[in-house]
Design a binder for this molecule. Structure first.
Ligand code: UT7
Length: 331
């Protein structure tokens, strides 16, 4: 709904606060060695991962999203009543409907407003950020809660060593507020449906529902192909975004990439001519948490004091679809 008044003259949005939640249970590479034919050494050298968090049986995506959102609201000094837009990027909604945005809205007692989830696999949070930023700029929202959350352990085939070592569960959230200066500078969103087959599940709701309970929901990935396209596409997208703003490759203070693989992350960091210490890495501790990976990493680096107000941050993601996105912001 159009929000009359209140934000006249404010044409940008900025992050007011961030939060995260990781489920208690940790699955290490050594645990995985006991489950499938793999080694700690293979996982570390091929992916950079050492451990990942797993949701408890009774925890669904909204149960992870809510504490992350609470932490973001607290950091933003914002009461739930002030939120008038909820967007949740996720591949693993609690239910087909109502969407996770509505479940989060209810749990936090956010008053009636637009609430929806954004389905773009690992890119879902950046897609959601772009939508929320646009709505604030247009005056259609004033304060937005944007969450990335996944319980990827529910759509993992635990007998497939090529994928089960990769994924983790978690949630990251931000509160966006109007600002006179950016804030969020701009986004590039992209997708190419010609690649639907290299990263997908077999079954869903209206396609192959009979396979739903038979491993049909599990992630299937041609990892090697995805790897090459991820490096190429994320590299090209960050270049396009820098060019749009007339910025050199060295003009970025921090890179926060999707945390799918250390080798992919290093390739993007090198392209941006960033020293390793300017690239936020959580892949070793969180694994690949899909749409949650960038907001989780953002919150880690803000709370440990690395990212400071005024610094320029490049975020870039890639996932099933194939989808990709980059976002540039001044924190
Ligand atoms: O978040 C969405 C986007 N996702 C990504 O960006 C992921 C992109 N892909 C990747 O990160 C990498 O391709 C993987 C980490 C998934 C795989 O690494 P890779 O270096 O591409 O390995 P590979 O698939 O080429 O497999 C190499 C070998 C194979 O054995 P052979 O055929 O060479 O004998 C695999 O069977 O490694 C074997 N392998 C494993 N060995 C031990 C595959 N998984 C494992 C495993 N442990 N867990």
């Amino acid at each position: 709904m159009e929000q009359p008044g209140g934000i006249a003259g404010l044409r940008h949005s900025r992050i007011a606060g961030t939060g995260r939640y990781l489920p208690e249970r940790v699955l290490t590479n050594q645990d995985l060695e006991r489950m499938v034919d793999t080694t700690d050494e293979w996982i570390r050298t091929r992916t950079g991962m050492e451990r990942r968090h797993m949701a408890a049986d009774e925890q669904a995506s909204s149960d992870l999203a809510v504490p992350a959102a609470r932490a973001a609201l607290e950091a933003a000094n914002c009461s739930p009543d002030e939120i008038d837009l909820v967007v949740v990027g996720t591949t693993t909604p609690d239910l087909v409907f109502p969407n996770v945005g509505c479940l989060v809205q209810k749990a936090l007692e956010i008053p009636p407003c637009a609430a929806f989830s954004c389905e773009a696999a690992c890119t879902g949070w950046l897609y959601g950020m772009s939508v929320a930023d646009g709505m604030i700029r247009l005056g259609r929202a004033s304060k937005a809660l944007v969450v990335g959350v996944e319980v990827l352990s529910r759509i993992t085939d635990w007998s497939d060593r090529s994928t089960c070592v990769l994924f983790g569960d978690g949630a990251g959230a931000v509160v966006l507020e109007p600002a006179e200066e950016p804030g969020l500078m701009s986004f590039i969103l992209g997708a190419d449906g010609n690649y639907v087959d290299i990263l997908r599940s077999r079954a869903g709701v209206s396609r192959n529902p009979a396979e739903l309970g038979d491993g049909g929901l599990a992630v299937r990935m041609k990892g090697n192909e995805v790897f090459k396209i991820a490096v190429r596409t994320m590299g090209r997208t960050v270049d396009q975004l820098l060019e749009r703003h007339g910025l050199d490759r060295g003009a970025i203070d921090w890179l926060i990439p999707h945390q799918a693989n250390l080798r992919i992350i290093q390739a993007i960091g090198k392209r941006l001519r960033l020293p390793d210490e300017r690239v936020v890495l959580t892949v070793q501790d969180h694994g690949n948490t899909g749409a949650a990976s960038i907001p989780l990493a953002l919150d880690v680096a803000i709370r440990d004091g690395r990212i400071r107000r005024g610094q320029r941050i490049m975020m870039v993601s890639f996932g099933g679809g194939l989808t990709w996105a980059a976002g540039l912001m001044q924190f």
